[in-house]
Design a protein around this ligand. Structure first.
Ligand code: SPD
Length: 279
C-alpha cells in the first residue's frame, strides 16, 4: 500500500501522486527536501511540499527553459544558471557544443547531493569539465559579483513563495540584467498562466520595465498545477523567433521535445494570455 503525496494549490485544488517509496527526506537550513519514487511519474523531487521535477516529464520543462535562449543568443560561450539543483537545466545547457563555461549558483547543497544520489537520470552532466557549481546566495552573487558578464542567464527557481520568492523580485531581475552582456538573453520559468495568472502577469510587468524584448512562451508540464506552464525570453536586442540553425541542428536529434517547429509554436499565445498582457 503506497502513500499519496499531494501538492495543494490555493487551498482548493490538489495534484496527488501515489508513492512506492521515500528515497530521501531531509531538512536543510533553507527548506524541506524529499525524493520519492512514484507509480506514475517515476522519481520526484519535492521541496517544501511542492513538486519540483519528475523523471516522467522533466524533459518538457528543462528543454523548454534552455533551448529557446541557447539557440537565439548571439553568443553562448558563458552561461549562468541560477537554481536548478536537480541538474536538469545544466544538462541541457551542456549539450550545446558552443558553451565553454556554465556556472550554476545554487544556495542549497542538499538539493544537489540528494539529486546526485537519487535522480541520476536527470543530472547527467555533473562531471562535465565546463560546469562549475557554487553553493552561494544568488541574490548576493548577481548584486555584487565582479565576474565577467554572461551571454545567457537561466533562472530555474522554485515558486514565488517562501525562501525562493526573492528570485522573483524586480531588483533581482535588474541585477541579473547587470550580469548579462549587452546583447545577452535571459530566460526564466514564469509560473502557470492559468492557476497563477496574477503571478505570471506580475512577472511580465517587472521584466518589461527592464528589457525591451520580453516574450513569454507556453508548454505542457503535467507535474505542475493545471499542466500549462510558462517561461519567458528576455533581451535588450534581438528576438526569439530567429534561432540559429546550426545551434538547433546540434541538439534537436538528442532532444525529447525541442525541435525547430516547436521553437516557433511555443511563442504563439492564446487569447486569454494576450488579453491579460494587453498584447
Ligand atoms: N511549481 C513548481 C515550479 C518549479 C520550477 N522549477 C523546477 C526546477 C526544475 N529544475
Amino acid at each position: 500500500m503506497g502513500l499519496w503525496y499531494d501538492e495543494i494549490f490555493h487551498g482548493h485544488t490538489r495534484l496527488g501522486l501515489l508513492s512506492k517509496e521515500t528515497l530521501f527526506s531531509g531538512q536543510s537550513p533553507y527548506q524541506k527536501i524529499e525524493v520519492i519514487d512514484t507509480v506514475g511519474f517515476g522519481r520526484v523531487l519535492i521541496i517544501d511540499d511542492v513538486f519540483m521535477t519528475s523523471e516522467y516529464d522533466e524533459f518538457l520543462y528543462h528543454e523548454m527553459l534552455t533551448h529557446p535562449a541557447l539557440t537565439t543568443a548571439p553568443s553562448i560561450e558563458r552561461v549562468l544558471v541560477i537554481g536548478g539543483g536537480d541538474g536538469g537545466t545544466v544538462r541541457e545547457v551542456l549539450r550545446h557544443p558552443d558553451v565553454q563555461q556554465c556556472v550554476m549558483i545554487e544556495i542549497d547543497e542538499m538539493v544537489v547531493n540528494a539529486s546526485k544520489q537519487h535522480l541520476p537520470g536527470i543530472g547527467t552532466a555533473w562531471n562535465d569539465p565546463r560546469l562549475e557549481v557554487r553553493f552561494i546566495d544568488a541574490i548576493e552573487y548577481v548584486n555584487k559579483s565582479t565576474d565577467a558578464p554572461y551571454d545567457v542567464i537561466l533562472l530555474d527557481g522554485t515558486d514565488p513563495v517562501g525562501p525562493g520568492a526573492v528570485l522573483f523580485d524586480e531588483s533581482f531581475y535588474a541585477d541579473c540584467r547587470r550580469m548579462l552582456t549587452p546583447d545577452g538573453v535571459m530566460a526564466l520559468q514564469s509560473e502557470s498562466p492559468l492557476l497563477m495568472m496574477d503571478m505570471f502577469v506580475d512577472i511580465q510587468h517587472k521584466l518589461r520595465r527592464l528589457f525591451s524584448e520580453v516574450h513569454p512562451y507556453l508548454g505542457p508540464v503535467p507535474l505542475y498545477g493545471t499542466g500549462t506552464w510558462s517561461w519567458t525570453w528576455c533581451s535588450n536586442t534581438g528576438e526569439p523567433l530567429r534561432p540559429i540553425p546550426e545551434r538547433q541542428a546540434a541538439i534537436v536529434e538528442g532532444s525529447k521535445a525541442y525541435n525547430e517547429d516547436l521553437h516557433q509554436a511555443v511563442f504563439a499565445l492564446p487569447n486569454y494570455v494576450k488579453r491579460a498582457l494587453k498584447l
